[in-house]
Ligand binder design. Structure first.
Ligand code: ZN
Length: 434
């Protein structure tokens, strides 16, 4: 293992304790993680001889490693430019620093290590001017002190918030208002759910009747910890741990046999993504989403993983449904790829293992999530940077170039966008009551 440049980690409990201490300096104790060249704050002296422990949450397993200890200190220096000097010095390269006596003029409280000992110093400067922060100064800086020399060290500070760090760059608050249903949380749908949570969608409804088993692992975002658990429950656990701002609702419904349960569910969300394999679930989603007046994104791979497909169905008079599109393609004389697939799937209840490799399915899932988010941004927030080039994207995964349009991709990673036809006059999905 390569140890990398030494660095200091300050978990949020250490920041709070340093920031709220009554006195302006004190001692610190660090765990030294030699194999990773890392020093993690372990105890903070907040008033004379009162040491408070720093708890590191269990999920940060590497930060909880308990090796030897290194003594240090912290100094609060309001108004000081010391952390700009840290930034400027570290930029000059490894090993550049200050003679101890020169550094003591900048930070009078610094203690000189004895003999060959090392010490660590944290300088804390709150409320820095904006231009200092723009210049790269950070509220907390770390220094390695020896008897003769002081050098700046990189420091990693635990952020106060999750996705709110993206404020100003991404509509974090608007995302929290969106509700999306994901039908099928297999290899594609698992990626879709994961990505929607990472985009910051506030409410996810996951629908899948299957259990996560050993053979699913080679393609799925879930791992060995989830084997034996219902896919929707395992995804909820995964998403809750990483993205606590996203509210996840699991349902072990079968979208075909329990289509009646989909109606109320779909009418309560802003958009539906269908990543279920098999033709029948896609037809149910196409029909029920249309009747609920909600847009749907259908994602799949076709022709044994040669081609990916992202289809957006919008509940507007100028867009047909899934069956209108398939009828249109069949009338155009092309091979109906989905119908060919249906011969293998039968009613959709017989499962044939997807033949695409995991990363190809994940690629399609990421694009489907992007199309879903873009649809929400454009529809609800009027964001024109979120416009798609069409309603149907076909994606070359391992294209054989012998399929009919729109699946006639020549090269891998080619993405071709197409429009979809208007509703057929007799379509019972697009024209209820006719
Ligand atoms: Zn239709």
């Amino acid at each position: 293992m390569s140890a990398g440049y030494p660095w200091v980690a300050l978990p949020s409990e250490a920041l709070e304790k340093i920031g709220s201490a009554e006195r302006s300096n004190g001692q610190l104790l660090f765990h030294a993680n030699e194999w990773n060249n890392m020093y993690v704050a372990q105890k903070v002296e907040t008033s004379k001889d009162l040491w408070l422990p720093v708890t590191v949450p269990a999920e940060y397993a590497a930060l909880r490693y308990q090796g030897g200890t290194v003594a240090g200190q912290w100094v609060r220096m309001p108004g000081s430019d010391i952390n700009i000097q840290h930034r400027a010095t570290i930029a000059r390269g490894r090993g550049v620093g200050f003679g101890f006596d020169d550094f003591k003029k900048l930070v009078p409280e610094v203690r000189q290590p004895s003999g060959t000992n090392n010490g660590l110093l944290i300088t804390h400067v709150a409320d820095m001017p904006e231009d200092w922060i723009k210049a790269g100064a950070t509220e907390f800086s770390a220094w390695l002190t020896t008897r003769d020399f002081v050098t700046p060290m990189p420091v990693a500070v635990e952020p106060e918030t999750g996705l709110a760090q993206l404020d100003g760059h991404w509509p974090v608050d608007d995302m929290l208002n969106f509700k999306v249903a994901v039908v099928g949380v297999g290899s594609i749908g698992g990626v879709v759910a994961d990505a929607l949570a990472r985009y910051g969608v506030g409410e996810l409804h996951l629908i899948d009747p299957d259990r996560f088993l050993w053979h699913n692992m080679i393609r799925h975002v879930l791992g060995p910890e989830s084997v034996g658990i219902m896919k929707v429950d395992a995804m909820k656990q995964r998403l809750n741990a990483r993205w606590p701002d996203t509210d996840v609702h699991p349902y072990t419904y079968d979208v075909v046999n329990q289509a009646h349960l989909m109606r109320s569910l779909f009418s309560n969300v802003d958009l539906i993504v269908c990543a279920a394999d098999g033709v029948a679930p896609r037809r149910v989603v196409s029909h029920v989403a249309r009747r609920a007046g909600k847009p749907a994104i259908l994602a799949c791979v076709l022709d044994d993983g040669a081609v990916g497909e992202i289809l957006r169905l919008q509940p507007a008079p100028r867009y047909g449904c899934l069956m209108c599109l398939r009828a249109h393609l069949a009338a155009a004389g092309g091979i109906d790829v989905e119908a060919a697939q249906e011969l293998d799937y039968g009613t959709g209840s017989v499962h044939r293992a997807m033949t695409a490799v995991g990363p190809d399915l994940h690629f399609v899932g990421q694009l489907a999530a992007k199309a879903a988010i873009s649809t929400l941004l454009e529809t609800h927030l009027g964001d024109h940077t979120a416009r798609l080039s069409g309603e149907l994207a076909t994606i070359g995964l391992r294209p054989t170039a012998d399929l009919a349009a729109p699946f006639d991709l020549a090269r891998t990673i080619d993405v071709a966008w197409h429009d979809i036809p208007r509703p057929r006059p007799t379509c019972p999905t697009c024209n209820p009551g006719t």
